[in-house]
Design a protein around this ligand. Sequence first.
Ligand code: NAD
Ligand code: 2HG
Length: 526
Amino acid sequence: MFRVLITDPLSEQGIEKLQEASDVEVVQKTNLTPAELLTEVAEADALIVRSQTQVTAEVIEAGSRLKAIGRAGVGVDNIDIPAATARGILVVNAPDGNTISTAEHTFAMLISLARNIPQGYKSTIQGEWKRKAFVGVELNNKKLGIVGLGRIGSELASRAQAFHMKVIAFDPYLTEERAKKMGVHKASLEEVIQEADFITVHTPLTKETRHLIDEAAFAKMKEGVRILNCARGGIISEQALYDAIQSGKVAGAALDVFETEPPGEHPLFTLPQVIATPHLGASTREAQENVAIDVSEEILHILRDEPFKNAVNLPSIPAELQEKLRPYQTLAEKLGSFAVQTTEGALEEITVTYSGELAELDTAPLTRIILKGAISHYLSDVNDVSAPHLAKERGIRVTEQKVSRSHGFTHLIHVGMKTDNGETAVSGTLLNGLGSRIVKINDYSVDVQPEGHLLLVQHHDRPGAIGQVGSILGDQGVNIATMQVGRKDVGGHAIMMLHVDKQMSEELLKRLKDLEEIDDVKAIDL
Ligand SMILES: NC(=O)c1ccc[n+]([C@@H]2O[C@H](COP(=O)([O-])OP(=O)(O)OC[C@H]3O[C@@H](n4cnc5c(N)ncnc54)[C@H](O)[C@@H]3O)[C@@H](O)[C@H]2O)c1
Ligand SMILES: O=C(O)CC[C@@H](O)C(=O)O
């Protein structure tokens, strides 16, 4: 039974999805104190939040059973992603469900800002009739500058075009072709800042976007520019915005988000040019249902080890690619594990080469599994989320290569490992109907099923060497299930690859290593 803890208000439809699952126990506890959250999370297999719960490194540490954290919404700035990644916890969000609602909210703010609707409403219901005080501007023919043309920015662009606005946008990932298709002028940040009549930001809040719109940016803007932020507080400097409104440079601002939420009695609210909503972008019945259902389904998939799509700390893998890579996953993990067990010393570099049919695919997910196979040998609780992070943290260089030639196999995965004490390599393939096979160890061709207890012996190709190994194993009651021998030259270096029926003791390995004809012995458990 999986325990799913929900700590922020979530739409009933999402909760029902979880409650309908026979393998899930749903615990919904909102408004927890930080101490209560630490206690509750310790028992949970998954945690679902919106934006209120702060999922700090401490919370993640306390969640010793946590497999996944789900965010019912887009922004994950309330979740310590590096801490989750380091612990191998998947973080998933629901990026599509509230796009339309947030774009519509931004558009509502745009019209309200242009026509002073909130100010006019407030004055009118107070009994005033100030028609001259609230003269606005048309949107028609005005330039809308969008910073961040992603999901919400794009939806906003098409709505603005319907109102005959000219849309210019800055987004470092925007191609000329996509901009053209959308009828948007691809601009630099500088151009947006200098030319737009309305500027709206739709980026995530990151190191790069924090105070992207600052005092220097305001100084370059058109007189009477209007500013919107329905993305994240902090993308626009609130102090700089306050000063720019005070100086008359900015005619008005519409804000749904704030540097600190709730903002309390903010100085910006003393300015009549500022209109505000309490982070309402995604607050529609439709958006909340969508994100709650999406995140609940994702959490169920993760808990059940089924394919999922919206992981924030793992690149998403298209379903079609997942299907193509699935058969190779076991082979990949076994190769990583096998290779690392043949090494000695500190791991410095892992090179994975895919050839044949595999060279045509995006094999990054398989490389993560190979890393998991390798790193699990040293550390517990490694998965394909944490493996690349743990490798990097330990200074292990990881390189992926593709070659078309696959030495007579339809495909081949070659894993090379370099340590401070030498190099080793192993290649494997999937044999039609027969499963995974290791087909090469260093320069020796073999045909080994990567399973169970294996013994890799490097020896001199001399009469009696194989017999000596066999008799020592026999003496110790170790049964040999299969054995293969490979050599390059008669009388030169050779290897023996044995499947044995039980794990070998250190003492037994030492006895084998002490034999004159033996160079090295490695016990490998897969
Ligand atoms: N107010 C709300 O209730 C609400 C609701 C949903 C989303 N949001 C927020 O809206 C923002 C946008 O959401 P989205 O779903 O459109 O995200 P998205 O990922 O689809 O789009 C973000 C875009 O910003 C661009 N970008 C990143 N760094 C940039 C930079 N330095 N300069 C310019 N562009 C940059 C990206 O390339 C991307 O195209 C996020 O901050 C999200 O958290 C707010
Ligand atoms: O949960 C909310 O209502 C806020 C959602 C929004 O900010 C998001 O990033 O998806």
